[in-house]
Design a protein around this ligand. Structure first.
Ligand code: 6OG
Length: 171
């Protein structure tokens, strides 16, 4: 069973998303081409649903490992924000996503049934092949900020109807 969170009348599935960064300041980010499941055909970070009773950071490390084969220590996962995605026309797609970033891991990324990992230069990110929320929150995360945002999707479940976004400097 996956974990859910109810905010007012909206119910969200809890999920994680991990970004692997190289260079400081960041020069490259590892994204995955999603071959199956939610968001097939898009590039995203690595992550998935938090299991019932599972620690959220532990879920982020587990999903990263399942999708790339990489290992990361929980203490090396830096909280980079939280994104609420609300699909009024498809409420069961709605997710509250905890974003993590790290520059430390062990192993080499390998392709899985679900994901093909690919490095991108930060000025060559394939936004046109990502969820339409990405241009709002990914640039500030790559610039080292934390992002707390609410997105509401339109009836096509692709276009964004409304965004509320708060940036915080990394503490
Ligand atoms: P499954 O376990 O459901 O994968 N995710 C989203 N990422 C972006 N950029 N936009 C969204 O809404 C998203 N909704 C979910 C979180 C869930 C993974 O997909 C991310 C998890 O990493 C438009 O197959």
């Amino acid at each position: 069973m996956s974990s859910k969170l109810t905010l007012g009348t909206k119910e969200y599935t809890l999920a994680t998303l991990c970004l692997l960064l190289s260079g400081n300041p960041t020069r490259q980010v590892l994204l995955g081409y999603k071959k199956a499941g939610f968001g097939t055909g898009k590039y995203t970070g690595f992550g998935g649903k938090v299991e019932d009773g599972e620690d959220i950071t532990a879920a982020a490390a587990r999903e990263l490992n399942e999708e790339t084969g990489l290992q990361v220590a929980l203490s090396d996962l830096r909280e980079a924000g939280r994104l609420a995605f609300w699909f009024p026309h498809q409420p069961d797609w709605s997710q509250l996503v905890y974003i993590y970033a790290t520059r430390k891991w062990t192993g080499e990324p390998v392709e899985s049934d679900e994901m093909k990992p690919t490095w991108f230069e930060v000025d060559q990110i394939p936004y046109e092949r990502m969820w339409q929320d990405a241009p709002h929150w990914l640039p500030p995360v790559l610039a080292g900020r934390r992002v707390y945002a609410d997105f509401v999707f339109q009836a096509d479940n692709e276009s964004i109807q409304e965004v509320n976004l708060v940036l915080k400097e990394r503490s």
